[in-house]
Design a protein around this ligand. Structure first.
Ligand code: DGY
Length: 320
């Protein structure tokens, strides 16, 4: 009998070609994993799952008695209850090391877009409103030589610091669980507490993973501490931000603008209040989504899956 694998929201399924004939793959895309009958049926026999953002909790694990490994096709793994998985001997893996530059490009891109009002002014041109020379109504704010505060100086935070330092001569502050001596040396980044970072930064860029400590890290008080001229950028996970507080801060003009790639609930509903603000740049969680990088991630995710199923230690094992 073939060993069953579930591919869940794995877009680049070509990566599955690494698996030989001893495996049978069932592909699921865009289904509700709590109610989809075929998915729940496949879980009963599945030894491995590879894919994106499947909530793996006690309830799912109880339905998957043969499961050995869940290989996330992402670097973030807040969808995995690692403690529950470890207790049951189920491995969890992710895909670090291949997406940092791509994600930093995207997040620095939305920072620039918000500062220079690129989506708004694109619309201005396309809607036929560019009829004379620009007035102050179209002016933006500078990025170069400003202060960038990075919350979460991991690999992606560091790649953003690199762009800011070498490309834009920015002054970099950062807040992190631990000091990042390499980023301090290479990008002249200065470690500081959250409060002074929020008070001093012209751009606040949130890059921390979602954990119980970082959930709602940015709330009412934090937005109030920011400069009225500052731009808030979120490239981490939606739940690190209290969205109601962000909306209030934008309504009350406590901050100048925002650039968001992630949301508490994804896909973002078309009637979400955040979409009403011309000074909010929104992208649909595009951090790592380029052809080149998504292919590397999918291949790495399947490689991790295969190692786990063959009894080897996967390269990117998360369990302690
Ligand atoms: C990641 O890799 O965590 C990206 O945010 C895609 O989910």
């Amino acid at each position: 009998m073939k060993r069953k694998i579930i591919a869940y929201n794995l877009v680049l399924t070509d990566a599955l070609e690494q698996l030989d004939d001893s495996f049978e793959v069932e592909i699921f895309d865009g289904i509700n994993p709590k109610t989809d009958h075929a998915f729940l049926h496949a879980l009963k026999d599945a030894e491995g799952i590879v894919g994106l953002a499947l909530p793996v909790d006690k309830e799912l694990l109880e339905k998957a008695p043969k499961l050995k490994i869940v290989s996330n096709n992402s670097t973030g793994y807040n969808n995995l209850s690692i403690e529950e998985m470890t207790q049951r001997g189920v491995m969890g893996t992710n895909t670090p090391g291949v997406l940092e530059d791509t994600t930093a490009d995207a997040i620095f891109g939305i920072l620039l877009a918000a500062a220079r009002r690129i989506p708004e002014l694109d619309h201005f041109v396309k809607s036929g409103n560019w009829k004379q020379h620009l007035t102050t109504a179209q002016y933006a704010v500078d990025v170069h030589h400003k202060t960038l505060g990075i919350i979460g100086m991991g690999k992606i935070g560091s790649a953003i610091a690199k762009r800011a330092h070498f490309g834009f001569d920015m002054n970099i502050l950062y807040y992190n669980r631990t000091r990042n001596i390499e980023a301090e040396g290479k990008y002249n980044a200065t470690y500081c507490d959250l409060e002074p970072l929020l008070k001093q930064s012209d751009f606040v860029c949130l890059m921390t993973p979602l954990t119980s400590e970082t959930e709602n890290l940015m709330g009412e008080q934090e937005f109030k501490l920011m400069k009225k001229s500052a731009i808030f950028v979120n490239g981490s996970r939606g739940k690190t931000v209290d969205e109601e507080a962000l909306i209030a801060a934008l309504n009350q003009k406590e901050i100048h603008a925002a650039a968001l790639d992630v949301y508490r609930s994804e896909p973002l509903s078309p009637d979400h209040p955040l979409l009403q603000f011309p000074n909010v740049v929104t992208t649909p969680h595009i951090g790592s989504s380029t052809f080149e990088t998504e292919l590397k991630m999918a291949n790495l995710a399947v490689e991790n899956l295969l190692s786990g199923l063959l009894g080897q230690r996967p390269k990117n094992l998360i369990n302690p």
